[in-house]
Design a protein around this ligand. Sequence first.
Ligand code: NAP
Length: 319
Amino acid sequence: MPDADAPLIDTLAIVGLGLIGSSIARGARQYGLARRIVAIDRDPGVLERVRALGLAETATAEIATGVAEADLVILCVPVGAAGAVAEAMGPALKPGAIVSDVGSVKASVVAAVAPHLPEGVAFVPAHPVAGTEYSGPDAGFSTLFSGRWCILTPPEGADSEATARVQAFWEGLGAIVESMTPEHHDLVLAITSHVPHLIAYNIVGTAADLEAVTQSEVIKFSAGGFRDFTRIAASDPTMWRDVFLTNKDAVLEMLGRFNEDLAALARAIRWGDGDALHELFTRTRAIRKGIVAMGQETAEADFGRARPVAAPEKAPPAA
Ligand code: NAP
C-alpha cells in the first residue's frame, strides 16, 4: 500500500541547474515534493555551487547515470539543447518515468525531445511563466513560481496519470496550472513574452548605437521607460537566442502585426491625431489594471522600486 506521507516524487532529476532548475530544486526541497534530488549539469562550476548550496543529494555531469533511477526528469536547459539532452538520456530512462521540461517554446521542444524517449516513458511538456533577468544556480529561489502560471502542453493521448502528477508537482511549487496545445502556447507567448523581449533588445541596442547621443548620456539620463527595457534586455543571451530561433514562425507573425500597428501610431503622430493616441493609451491602461487585478503585478508606482540612496556627486558651490 502506498505511504500517504510519502513525497509526490521519489527521485527527481533536474537537468540544467540555472535560474529555473535551481528554483525547482529549492522549491521541491522546501515543500517536500521529492524524497531525493539528482542535479545534472555539464558545467563543473555549476555542480560545485549545487553541492555548496545543498540543492541536491547527488550532483553529476553524467546524464545517463543521473537519470537512471529518476521517476520525474525535468529538462531546464536552453530550448536549443533539449533534443541533444533527450538523445543522451533516452536509453537510460526507466520504464514508468515521466519526462518534462520548462522551455519557453513548446512545439520545437516536443519535436526535438519526443523521438528520443523510449516506450513506457511519458512526456508532459511544461512552461512556468515566471523568471527574472538573472541566470545560474545562485539566482534561483524557492518561491519563484508562487502564484505564477505554469502551462502544460500534453500531447494528444498523453498518459493522464503522468499529466496529473506533473500538474500536482507544479501546484506543489505554488503555481496555477493551465493546459493548451504547444502551437497555441507558442502563439500566445510570442506576443506576451518573446516580441516584448525583442523590442527591448532592439531599443537598448538602438540607444547604444546612436551617434548624436553618447552612451554615457543614455546611462545617465535613462528615464523609467528605458530603464524597464534595459532590465528585460539584460536577460540571458543563450536562452533568448534559442527562443527566437525555435519560435520563428509565431514571432514573425506577431512582429508583422506589431509593425503594422506601429506604422499606424507613427501616422497618428505625423497627422496630429490626438484622439487616436488617447484612445489607444486608454485601452492599454486597462490591460495593465487587469494584470494587477489578477495578482500578477504590483500596483505600486514604479513597481515599488526604492529611490536611489545617493544623489550623484555635485561640485561644491563656488565660494
Ligand atoms: P540558465 O540560468 O542559463 O541555466 C541553464 C543551465 O543549463 C546552465 O547551467 C547551463 O550550463 C545548463 N546547460 C546548458 N546546456 C546544457 C546541456 N546540453 N546539458 C546540461 N546542461 C546544460 O537558464 P534558465 O533561465 O534557468 O533557463 C532554462 C530554461 O528555462 C530555458 O529553456 C528557458 O527557456 C526556460 N525558462 C526560462 C525563464 C527565465 O525567465 N529565465 C522562464 C521560464 C522558462 P552552461 O552554463 O554550461 O551553459
